[in-house]
Design a protein around this ligand. Structure first.
Ligand SMILES: Cc1cc2nc3c(=O)[nH]c(=O)nc-3n(C[C@H](O)[C@H](O)[C@H](O)COP(=O)(O)OP(=O)(O)OC[C@H]3O[C@@H](n4cnc5c(N)ncnc54)[C@H](O)[C@@H]3O)c2cc1C
Ligand code: FES
Length: 254
Protein backbone atom coordinates (compact mmCIF):
# COMPACT_ATOMS: atom_id res chain seq x y z
CA UNK A 1 0.00 0.00 0.00
CA UNK A 2 1.31 3.46 -0.87
CA UNK A 3 2.38 5.81 1.92
CA UNK A 4 3.76 9.28 2.48
CA UNK A 5 6.97 9.05 4.45
CA UNK A 6 9.75 11.42 5.48
CA UNK A 7 13.29 10.41 4.63
CA UNK A 8 16.62 12.12 5.28
CA UNK A 9 19.36 12.53 2.71
CA UNK A 10 22.05 9.96 3.63
CA UNK A 11 24.46 10.35 0.72
CA UNK A 12 25.03 11.47 -2.86
CA UNK A 13 27.24 9.99 -5.51
CA UNK A 14 27.76 11.91 -8.76
CA UNK A 15 28.25 9.50 -11.70
CA UNK A 16 29.05 12.13 -14.36
CA UNK A 17 28.43 15.86 -14.74
CA UNK A 18 24.65 15.48 -15.01
CA UNK A 19 23.55 12.40 -13.08
CA UNK A 20 23.80 11.17 -9.54
CA UNK A 21 22.56 8.57 -7.09
CA UNK A 22 20.86 9.92 -3.98
CA UNK A 23 20.35 7.65 -0.97
CA UNK A 24 17.50 8.50 1.39
CA UNK A 25 17.07 6.94 4.82
CA UNK A 26 13.97 6.65 6.97
CA UNK A 27 13.49 5.90 10.66
CA UNK A 28 10.57 3.70 9.70
CA UNK A 29 10.37 0.34 7.92
CA UNK A 30 10.21 0.31 4.13
CA UNK A 31 7.46 -1.78 2.50
CA UNK A 32 8.14 -4.26 -0.28
CA UNK A 33 9.32 -2.53 -3.47
CA UNK A 34 8.81 -4.31 -6.78
CA UNK A 35 10.94 -3.79 -9.91
CA UNK A 36 9.33 -0.93 -11.84
CA UNK A 37 7.84 0.81 -8.79
CA UNK A 38 8.48 4.52 -8.51
CA UNK A 39 8.19 7.28 -5.92
CA UNK A 40 6.83 10.83 -6.07
CA UNK A 41 9.56 12.92 -4.46
CA UNK A 42 8.77 16.38 -3.08
CA UNK A 43 11.50 18.92 -3.71
CA UNK A 44 12.11 20.66 -0.36
CA UNK A 45 12.45 24.44 0.03
CA UNK A 46 11.60 25.11 -3.61
CA UNK A 47 8.58 27.36 -4.01
CA UNK A 48 9.01 27.26 -7.81
CA UNK A 49 8.90 23.43 -7.94
CA UNK A 50 5.39 22.78 -6.76
CA UNK A 51 4.73 19.23 -7.95
CA UNK A 52 6.46 16.12 -6.72
CA UNK A 53 8.77 14.47 -9.27
CA UNK A 54 8.26 10.80 -10.28
CA UNK A 55 11.50 8.81 -9.98
CA UNK A 56 11.97 5.03 -10.24
CA UNK A 57 13.37 3.20 -7.25
CA UNK A 58 16.94 2.24 -8.12
CA UNK A 59 17.56 0.13 -5.03
CA UNK A 60 16.24 -0.59 -1.57
CA UNK A 61 17.86 -1.79 1.64
CA UNK A 62 15.16 -2.84 4.08
CA UNK A 63 17.67 -3.44 6.90
CA UNK A 64 19.05 0.09 6.73
CA UNK A 65 15.66 1.56 5.70
CA UNK A 66 17.21 3.21 2.66
CA UNK A 67 15.97 3.89 -0.85
CA UNK A 68 18.31 4.89 -3.68
CA UNK A 69 17.40 6.85 -6.79
CA UNK A 70 19.36 7.44 -9.98
CA UNK A 71 18.57 10.96 -11.17
CA UNK A 72 19.49 12.80 -14.36
CA UNK A 73 19.44 16.57 -14.05
CA UNK A 74 17.05 17.91 -16.70
CA UNK A 75 15.38 20.86 -14.99
CA UNK A 76 14.72 22.71 -11.74
CA UNK A 77 13.42 19.78 -9.67
CA UNK A 78 16.15 17.28 -10.46
CA UNK A 79 18.76 20.03 -9.98
CA UNK A 80 17.37 21.15 -6.61
CA UNK A 81 17.24 17.54 -5.39
CA UNK A 82 20.98 17.38 -6.09
CA UNK A 83 21.67 20.37 -3.86
CA UNK A 84 20.16 19.20 -0.57
CA UNK A 85 22.32 18.93 2.53
CA UNK A 86 23.11 15.58 4.09
CA UNK A 87 20.43 14.97 6.74
CA UNK A 88 17.87 17.24 5.06
CA UNK A 89 14.27 15.98 5.13
CA UNK A 90 12.57 14.75 1.92
CA UNK A 91 8.94 13.64 1.73
CA UNK A 92 8.08 10.86 -0.67
CA UNK A 93 4.95 8.99 -1.70
CA UNK A 94 5.71 5.38 -2.56
CA UNK A 95 5.66 2.62 -3.74
CA UNK A 96 3.70 3.67 -6.83
CA UNK A 97 2.87 1.96 -10.11
CA UNK A 98 2.88 -1.64 -11.29
CA UNK A 99 5.89 -3.81 -11.98
CA UNK A 100 7.45 -5.97 -14.67
CA UNK A 101 6.12 -9.49 -15.15
CA UNK A 102 8.43 -12.50 -15.02
CA UNK A 103 6.63 -15.62 -16.21
CA UNK A 104 8.53 -18.72 -17.24
CA UNK A 105 11.20 -16.93 -19.22
CA UNK A 106 14.79 -18.11 -19.66
CA UNK A 107 16.71 -15.36 -21.45
CA UNK A 108 15.88 -11.71 -20.91
CA UNK A 109 17.21 -8.74 -22.84
CA UNK A 110 16.94 -5.49 -20.87
CA UNK A 111 17.33 -2.33 -22.95
CA UNK A 112 17.77 1.05 -21.28
CA UNK A 113 18.66 4.58 -22.26
CA UNK A 114 18.92 7.84 -20.29
CA UNK A 115 17.22 7.75 -16.89
CA UNK A 116 15.49 4.58 -18.13
CA UNK A 117 18.23 2.38 -16.66
CA UNK A 118 16.94 3.06 -13.14
CA UNK A 119 14.30 0.30 -12.76
CA UNK A 120 16.70 -2.37 -13.98
CA UNK A 121 18.82 -2.99 -10.88
CA UNK A 122 15.80 -4.37 -9.02
CA UNK A 123 14.61 -6.20 -12.14
CA UNK A 124 18.05 -7.73 -12.81
CA UNK A 125 18.26 -8.95 -9.22
CA UNK A 126 14.77 -10.45 -9.35
CA UNK A 127 15.48 -12.19 -12.67
CA UNK A 128 18.71 -13.61 -11.24
CA UNK A 129 16.76 -14.99 -8.26
CA UNK A 130 14.38 -16.60 -10.76
CA UNK A 131 17.39 -18.16 -12.59
CA UNK A 132 16.76 -16.15 -15.75
CA UNK A 133 19.83 -15.30 -17.89
CA UNK A 134 20.04 -11.55 -18.25
CA UNK A 135 21.75 -9.34 -20.82
CA UNK A 136 21.67 -5.58 -20.31
CA UNK A 137 21.98 -3.40 -23.41
CA UNK A 138 22.48 0.27 -22.62
CA UNK A 139 22.63 3.10 -25.14
CA UNK A 140 23.99 6.62 -24.74
CA UNK A 141 25.62 9.41 -26.69
CA UNK A 142 29.08 8.92 -25.12
CA UNK A 143 30.83 6.57 -22.69
CA UNK A 144 30.47 9.09 -19.83
CA UNK A 145 26.71 8.48 -19.94
CA UNK A 146 27.01 4.71 -19.54
CA UNK A 147 26.90 4.38 -15.76
CA UNK A 148 26.45 1.84 -12.96
CA UNK A 149 27.84 -0.98 -15.13
CA UNK A 150 29.57 -2.55 -12.12
CA UNK A 151 26.22 -2.82 -10.35
CA UNK A 152 24.38 -4.23 -13.37
CA UNK A 153 27.14 -6.76 -14.10
CA UNK A 154 26.29 -8.51 -10.80
CA UNK A 155 23.09 -9.69 -12.48
CA UNK A 156 24.09 -10.34 -16.09
CA UNK A 157 26.24 -9.42 -19.06
CA UNK A 158 26.37 -5.70 -19.86
CA UNK A 159 26.72 -4.59 -23.48
CA UNK A 160 26.35 -1.11 -24.89
CA UNK A 161 26.19 1.26 -27.81
CA UNK A 162 27.33 4.86 -27.95
CA UNK A 163 26.55 7.31 -30.71
CA UNK A 164 30.19 8.48 -30.88
CA UNK A 165 31.62 4.95 -30.61
CA UNK A 166 33.53 5.76 -27.40
CA UNK A 167 32.19 2.61 -25.68
CA UNK A 168 30.66 -0.61 -26.98
CA UNK A 169 29.37 -0.63 -30.55
CA UNK A 170 28.88 2.63 -32.43
CA UNK A 171 25.27 3.58 -33.13
CA UNK A 172 21.87 3.23 -31.49
CA UNK A 173 20.80 0.32 -29.27
CA UNK A 174 18.58 -1.06 -32.02
CA UNK A 175 21.62 -1.28 -34.33
CA UNK A 176 23.56 -3.51 -31.91
CA UNK A 177 24.83 -6.81 -33.34
CA UNK A 178 22.86 -8.68 -30.65
CA UNK A 179 19.86 -8.32 -32.99
CA UNK A 180 21.67 -9.99 -35.88
CA UNK A 181 21.97 -13.76 -36.25
CA UNK A 182 20.83 -16.07 -33.44
CA UNK A 183 18.54 -14.30 -31.01
CA UNK A 184 18.26 -16.38 -27.81
CA UNK A 185 15.96 -14.04 -25.90
CA UNK A 186 12.36 -14.82 -25.03
CA UNK A 187 11.56 -11.48 -23.37
CA UNK A 188 12.57 -7.85 -23.79
CA UNK A 189 12.20 -5.17 -21.12
CA UNK A 190 12.81 -1.56 -22.04
CA UNK A 191 12.78 1.90 -20.47
CA UNK A 192 14.07 5.20 -21.80
CA UNK A 193 13.16 7.86 -24.35
CA UNK A 194 9.95 7.11 -26.28
CA UNK A 195 11.62 6.86 -29.74
CA UNK A 196 14.02 4.24 -28.37
CA UNK A 197 11.25 2.22 -26.76
CA UNK A 198 9.11 2.40 -29.92
CA UNK A 199 12.02 1.11 -32.02
CA UNK A 200 12.67 -1.68 -29.52
CA UNK A 201 8.97 -2.62 -29.48
CA UNK A 202 9.00 -2.81 -33.28
CA UNK A 203 11.91 -5.26 -33.24
CA UNK A 204 10.16 -7.35 -30.57
CA UNK A 205 7.06 -7.49 -32.76
CA UNK A 206 9.10 -8.55 -35.81
CA UNK A 207 10.80 -11.27 -33.77
CA UNK A 208 7.50 -12.26 -32.11
CA UNK A 209 8.92 -11.75 -28.63
CA UNK A 210 7.07 -10.40 -25.60
CA UNK A 211 8.18 -6.87 -24.74
CA UNK A 212 7.39 -4.72 -21.71
CA UNK A 213 8.06 -0.98 -21.75
CA UNK A 214 8.17 1.27 -18.70
CA UNK A 215 6.88 4.70 -19.72
CA UNK A 216 8.19 7.98 -18.30
CA UNK A 217 5.26 10.27 -19.16
CA UNK A 218 5.09 13.56 -17.33
CA UNK A 219 3.07 13.26 -14.13
CA UNK A 220 1.47 15.44 -11.51
CA UNK A 221 -0.33 13.54 -8.73
CA UNK A 222 1.16 10.09 -9.34
CA UNK A 223 -1.87 8.19 -8.10
CA UNK A 224 -4.66 8.44 -10.67
CA UNK A 225 -6.38 11.71 -9.70
CA UNK A 226 -5.31 14.31 -12.28
CA UNK A 227 -5.30 12.25 -15.53
CA UNK A 228 -2.33 14.22 -16.86
CA UNK A 229 -0.26 11.10 -17.54
CA UNK A 230 -2.64 9.13 -19.78
CA UNK A 231 -1.40 7.07 -22.68
CA UNK A 232 -3.49 5.64 -25.50
CA UNK A 233 -3.78 1.86 -25.50
CA UNK A 234 -5.87 -0.83 -27.18
CA UNK A 235 -8.14 -0.62 -24.06
CA UNK A 236 -8.55 3.16 -24.32
CA UNK A 237 -6.68 5.83 -22.39
CA UNK A 238 -4.90 4.49 -19.32
CA UNK A 239 -3.03 6.29 -16.54
CA UNK A 240 0.68 5.63 -16.68
CA UNK A 241 0.93 6.23 -12.93
CA UNK A 242 -1.60 3.62 -11.83
CA UNK A 243 -2.15 1.27 -14.80
CA UNK A 244 1.59 1.48 -15.58
CA UNK A 245 4.29 2.60 -15.81
CA UNK A 246 4.96 -0.89 -17.22
CA UNK A 247 2.86 -1.92 -20.26
CA UNK A 248 3.09 -4.77 -22.72
CA UNK A 249 4.27 -2.96 -25.84
CA UNK A 250 1.54 -4.64 -27.91
CA UNK A 251 -1.19 -2.65 -26.12
CA UNK A 252 0.47 0.73 -26.58
CA UNK A 253 -0.84 2.97 -29.37
CA UNK A 254 2.24 5.19 -29.60
C1 LIG B 1 7.41 6.60 -13.74
C2 LIG B 1 8.57 7.54 -13.98
C3 LIG B 1 9.83 7.18 -13.53
C4 LIG B 1 10.91 8.02 -13.74
N1 LIG B 1 12.12 7.65 -13.25
C5 LIG B 1 13.17 8.48 -13.37
C6 LIG B 1 14.42 8.13 -12.79
O1 LIG B 1 14.58 7.06 -12.20
N2 LIG B 1 15.44 9.01 -12.90
C7 LIG B 1 15.29 10.22 -13.56
O2 LIG B 1 16.25 10.97 -13.63
N3 LIG B 1 14.11 10.56 -14.12
C8 LIG B 1 13.05 9.73 -14.02
N4 LIG B 1 11.84 10.11 -14.56
C9 LIG B 1 11.74 11.41 -15.26
C10 LIG B 1 11.65 12.52 -14.20
O3 LIG B 1 10.42 12.41 -13.52
C11 LIG B 1 11.73 13.90 -14.87
O4 LIG B 1 12.97 14.03 -15.51
C12 LIG B 1 11.58 14.99 -13.81
O5 LIG B 1 10.26 15.01 -13.31
C13 LIG B 1 11.93 16.33 -14.39
O6 LIG B 1 11.78 17.28 -13.37
P1 LIG B 1 12.56 18.67 -13.41
O7 LIG B 1 11.89 19.59 -12.46
O8 LIG B 1 14.03 18.46 -13.22
O9 LIG B 1 12.39 19.12 -14.89
P2 LIG B 1 11.29 20.15 -15.44
O10 LIG B 1 11.76 21.54 -15.12
O11 LIG B 1 9.93 19.75 -14.99
O12 LIG B 1 11.43 19.88 -16.98
C14 LIG B 1 12.70 20.04 -17.62
C15 LIG B 1 12.62 19.45 -18.99
O13 LIG B 1 12.43 18.03 -18.91
C16 LIG B 1 11.23 17.67 -19.58
N5 LIG B 1 10.59 16.61 -18.78
C17 LIG B 1 10.06 16.71 -17.55
N6 LIG B 1 9.56 15.54 -17.14
C18 LIG B 1 9.79 14.65 -18.16
C19 LIG B 1 9.49 13.29 -18.39
N7 LIG B 1 8.83 12.54 -17.49
N8 LIG B 1 9.88 12.75 -19.55
C20 LIG B 1 10.51 13.47 -20.48
N9 LIG B 1 10.81 14.76 -20.33
C21 LIG B 1 10.46 15.35 -19.21
C22 LIG B 1 10.39 18.93 -19.65
O14 LIG B 1 9.54 18.93 -20.78
C23 LIG B 1 11.44 19.98 -19.80
O15 LIG B 1 11.86 20.11 -21.13
C24 LIG B 1 10.73 9.28 -14.40
C25 LIG B 1 9.47 9.62 -14.86
C26 LIG B 1 8.40 8.77 -14.65
C27 LIG B 1 7.04 9.15 -15.12
S1 FES C 1 -0.16 11.61 -12.66
FE1 FES C 1 -2.14 12.18 -11.99
S2 FES C 1 -3.36 10.63 -12.90
FE2 FES C 1 -1.33 9.98 -13.35
Amino acid sequence: MKKIQDFNVKEYKWLNDSSYVIVLQSSYPIPEIKPGNFAEIAVPNASDVFLRRPISVLDVDRELNTLSFYIKVVGKGTKKLSELNIGEKVSIIYPLGNSFSINGIQNALIIGGGSGIAPFVLLGRKLQEEKVNVTFLFGARTKEEIVLTEEFSKYGEVISTTEDGSMGEKGLVTQHSVFKGDFPFDKIYTCGPDPMMKAVAKIALQKNIDCEASLENMMACGFGACLCCVTETTSGNLCVCTDGPVFNSKVLKW
